[in-house]
Ligand binder design. Structure first.
Ligand code: NDP
Length: 277
């Protein structure tokens, strides 16, 4: 029997999860929209995603965000998936609807919204370099291609993984793969770092020749993890941003899908930035 509760319960599932800002973000959205929800962190041991997710939803859980390393498990766990989650083969969003679990992937929408609406960066017509071919990169390729960039090149340390992505998404637009240490000669207007190199403290080193004059540089990592990568961009006099806006925007998209109300993101991004400054 599902546990009865007047407040809908949501969780963010990951490992590790203690660092997650999602509970704070959703608490702000709930206040703003006057929606009564509970949103907590859930630490799940590796290899045990399905058992824990099943228990949460059987006990009446309304929805979950899912982060590293479980996005593929979340996709496989769901009974059905949106087009964008199917395209990515990974989900960061689950919702219980009429007794079955639906998956979605809001990461790409979050990135595009942050770039276009918050930062004023046009993806349409831009030459875009996506560095990395892991879970985050998978989630953003389709939404980027949908904005019709002039080119999308995926560069990864392990070339094979970039090739897999380029093949997977090749029918959706012009996308090429290249080894990270073999990029040269091409200039890009928008450079997106989707590697975890910054989190590990070593910013992916990119040759000067990659940046078009006035290029915009974006690191999907946020906070101190993005500092080194962004510092290098600023040394080159390029505009740059970290992924905090993407995090808040993917959360807003999730909130909208669950609650049918779109929260305002700008005050939440501002507040998080000032509390972390
Ligand atoms: P994955 O572990 O799935 O992928 C890691 C990627 O980083 C791979 O492409 C890997 O290359 C590459 N990489 C790791 N170390 C290095 C290095 N030293 N030099 C060059 N490349 C390296 O991670 P995710 O894709 O899930 O996450 C990537 C980043 O995106 C993280 O910083 C994460 O926090 C951020 N993110 C931010 C979100 C947001 O909302 N702002 C949402 C999702 C992710 P290889 O294939 O060769 O191993």
């Amino acid at each position: 029997m599902p546990a009865s509760s007047s407040i809908d319960r949501y969780v963010v599932i990951g490992n590790p999860i203690a660092h997650s800002l999602s509970p704070a973000i959703h608490a702000r959205f709930a206040e703003q929209t006057r929606e009564a929800i509970a949103y907590e962190r859930m630490l799940v041991p590796r290899g045990e995603f399905a058992a824990h997710a099943r228990r949460f939803f059987s006990a009446g859980g309304a929805g979950a965000n899912v982060t590293l390393p479980f996005k593929v498990d979340a996709f496989e766990f769901a009974d059905s998936a949106s087009e964008r989650a199917r395209a990515a083969g990974a989900a960061n969003f689950l919702a219980a609807r009429d007794g079955h679990i639906e998956a979605d992937n809001t990461d790409g929408a979050g990135l595009v919204r942050d770039l276009e609406d918050n930062l004023g960066i046009a993806i349409a017509g831009a030459r875009v370099l996506l560095v990395g071919a892991g879970g985050a990169a998978r989630g953003v390729v389709t939404p980027i291609l949908a904005r019709l960039p002039a080119a999308l090149v995926i560069a990864n340390r392990t070339l094979e993984r970039a090739r897999e992505l380029a093949q997977r998404f090749g029918d959706r637009g012009a996308v090429e793969a290249v080894a990270l240490d073999a990029i040269s000669g091409e200039r890009f207007d928008l450079v997106l770092n989707a590697t975890s190199a910054s989190v590990q403290g070593e910013a992916a080193a990119l040759p000067e020749a990659v940046f078009a004059p006035g290029a915009f540089v974006y690191d999907m990592a946020y906070g101190p993890a993005a500092d080194a990568f962004l510092a290098r961009a600023r040394e080159r006099q390029l505009r740059a941003a970290d992924g905090l806006g993407m995090l808040v925007e993917q959360a807003a998209e999730s909130f909208f899908l669950w609650r049918g109300k779109r929260p305002e993101t700008a005050p939440v991004i501002r507040e998080l930035r000032s509390s972390r400054a």
